[in-house]
Design a binder for this molecule. Sequence first.
Ligand code: PAF
Length: 284
Amino acid sequence: MEILHYGKDVAELVKGWKALDLAVALVPTMGALHDGHMRLVEKALEEADRVVVSIFLNPVQFNRGEDLDKYPRTPDEDLRKLEKAGVHCAFVPGIREIYPPGFSTKVTVSGLTEGLCGKYRPGHFDGVTTVCAILFGIVSPHVAVFGMKDAQQLAVVRRMVRDLRMGIGIVPCETVREPDGLAMSSRNAYLDREERAQAPVIYKALLAAREAVKAGVGDADAVKKLVEEKISTADLAGIQYVEVVDPDTMERLETIESTALLAVAVYFGDTRLIDNMILDASGD
Ligand code: PAF
């Protein structure tokens, strides 16, 4: 596996691969790689002949007061995992490589960034789309793989790629869960024992909502109430939002007629966890 720190070196490597007609996938990450990330990598290896994984803890997608300083960093272990998985290139840029002096561009997707996490993390998605646009520009992959746990991020990146005609296929990858249902996240490492024991209530609530919709409940408020009640049975849980939205536009839905995205953000102590589930009124 090549470990590269400069965009020009990655661009040259990818150019060589493309000259050989090889398909290239990018998996953007912020490091602290867990099994959820490794599933993205597996997916990328299925989709393409060559895989680049970027590791860059992007400061501009964190708000003041968020967890940038304490965000887990496991650089050596990350590289070991990527090598073992058969990744072809790890791109590990420094801050100045991504944001050189004089950098003054911001990529904003409007509308679908306003609700859900966007409401509580102002500017977060601008940081995500800006860094993804930079990484896409450097690597110019045929496809890029994103996890479905960050459903709003996936929709926002898809919209950016579509609107800016970037010509990159965005491949979604299913959420990987711990055996008790908790969605894998680098932030799970912050949970203490009691919080960790209660956190699977989120998935249980999502499953209950899925069953209710299958059984014919179509009123979004009724579904939200059910989820809020279930999550509130855990005394350490602090709900930030429970929303039922259109999976592509992220607009709020009043009724669930076909498919809908049920998205939640819940605090356990200072740790903010997000999760989601596709609800299908057809019962599938
Ligand atoms: O999902 C993440 O880890 C980040 O938001 C991403 C896509 C790597 C951009 O920094």
